[in-house]
Design a protein around this ligand. Structure first.
Ligand SMILES: Cc1ncc(COP(=O)(O)O)c(C=O)c1O
Length: 394
């Protein structure tokens, strides 16, 4: 067998991530590879740091992309901040809170779980009660934007409660960064991680993280070594730190960093506020169309993420058949349900570069056609008008 070059088909990615990568980012990836200590490359790393600080709205010096996907950003925060014997309150309202629990336990900590119904925001009152019941807790962790359900939690309030009880707050902003407000310094977030493949419209595989002084001190004061050599921030910062001299830690993913640089320049050119407003407008247009079709949202209106629209699959409709036809006939990917939501919901992403009126209209037209062909109980001929009415008023 002769194996030939791989040429992927052109898709429209409207699932929970990866989202469509901006052509500017794809072009940046193809630029010549430099050495990771090249005198031209190092200043670009400083720009990546500065652009990340601007995107996280933070002055934290310890702000950089981990050379691995969002899961590694999560692990970076937990392995550095959690020591054996620590108690961590983890708020769970979907799949990713469950991964935080795994991380705490693998670090030798005890996870106190605060459970909320999937599809709802984290309840601040429940966090307050858990912290009263566990005065030994030193860290609170939660997911700001639960990708498995499309629910947005109030990060500012949750961080405030954590601090009132003397805890540091670890925040998962994988799906939130670039799509909804994430104000690291104003909200006092101690440690935060994100991903490049959602609202930043970069390729998957990097994880921006940022730690404030309090979190840094907890890392410096550790009694035990961080059990992961690769993710140990005291070592990684020898390469990413602001010092004049950079030491080899690992071979940085050079071209991926060009991509991230370009993605962050795109965000900066548009402006964060404008990007958040765009995500909201396109969400409202998609929502109008989906509801006109007869589909129901999973998350209550006040807690909905604009970049991830979770709708219930109508009774009797074949989940896999719908997604299969969207992919084969329209080149359109929407997301299936994850974990407890598998087979029950679809997750339609409008993230970053992909959050635009064309994708809203394309997705509605494709869904209407496919659902109609499968004899699903949907209204015909009204979805696009509903979306257009919103877009016309925007
Ligand atoms: C909220 C959240 N946290 C963490 C992750 C893990 O990121 P990655 O898949 O890039 O490792 C994801 C991925 O979808 C996510 O949505």
């Amino acid at each position: 067998m002769t194996i030939r070059s791989f040429h992927p088909p052109q898709r429209i990615l409207m699932g929970p991530g990866p989202s469509d990568v901006s052509p500017r980012v794809l072009a940046a990836l193809a630029r010549p590879t430099l050495g990771h200590l090249d005198p031209v490359f190092v200043p670009m790393m400083d720009e990546v740091k500065a652009l990340l600080q601007a995107t996280f709205l933070t002055a934290n010096d310890l702000t950089m992309p981990v050379s691995a996907p969002g899961s590694a950003g999560m692990e970076t925060c937990f392995v550095n901040l959690v020591e054996p014997g620590d108690t961590v309150v983890v708020c769970q309202n979907g799949v990713f809170g469950g991964r935080m629990k795994e991380n705490v336990e693998r670090c030798g900590g005890t996870a106190v779980m605060v459970q909320d119904e999937w599809g709802r925001a984290v309840d601040p009152q429940k966090l307050e009660e858990a912290l009263k019941a566990h005065p030994e807790a030193t860290i609170v962790a939660f997911v700001q934007a639960e990708t498995s359900t499309g629910a947005l939690s109030d990060a500012q309030t949750l961080v405030g409660i954590a601090h009132a009880h003397g805890c540091l707050a670890i925040v998962d902003a994988v799906t939130s960064l670039g799509g909804v407000p994430v104000r690291v310094d104003e909200w006092g977030i101690d440690a935060i991680y994100s991903g490049t493949q959602k609202c930043l419209s970069c390729t998957p595989g990097l994880s921006p993280v940022s730690l404030n002084t309090a979190a840094r001190e907890k890392v410096t004061d550790r009694k035990s070594k961080v059990q992961s050599w690769f993710l140990d921030l005291s070592l990684v910062m020898g390469y990413w730190g602001g010092a004049t001299k950079r030491a080899y830690h690992h071979t940085a993913p050079i071209n991926a960093l060009y991509g991230l640089h370009e993605a962050l320049v795109v965000v900066q050119e548009e402006g964060l506020e404008a990007a958040w407003a765009r995500h909201r407008t396109n969400h409202l247009a998609l929502r109008a169309g989906l509801e006109a079709l007869g589909l129901r949202f999973v998350v209550a209106e006040a807690d909905r993420l604009p970049q991830l629209n979770a709708v219930s699959i109508p009774d009797g409709v074949d989940d896999a058949a719908v997604r299969g036809l969207l992919l084969s006939d329209y080149g359109l990917e929407i997301g299936a349900g994850l974990g407890a939501m598998a087979g029950k919901i679809w997750r339609i992403g409008l993230m970053g570069h992909g959050s635009n009126p064309r994708n809203v209209r394309y997705c509605l037209a494709a869904l209407e056609d496919v659902l109609g062909r499968l004899k699903a109980p949907v209204a015909r001929g009204v979805a696009l008008d509903a979306a257009n009415a919103v877009l016309a008023g925007a």
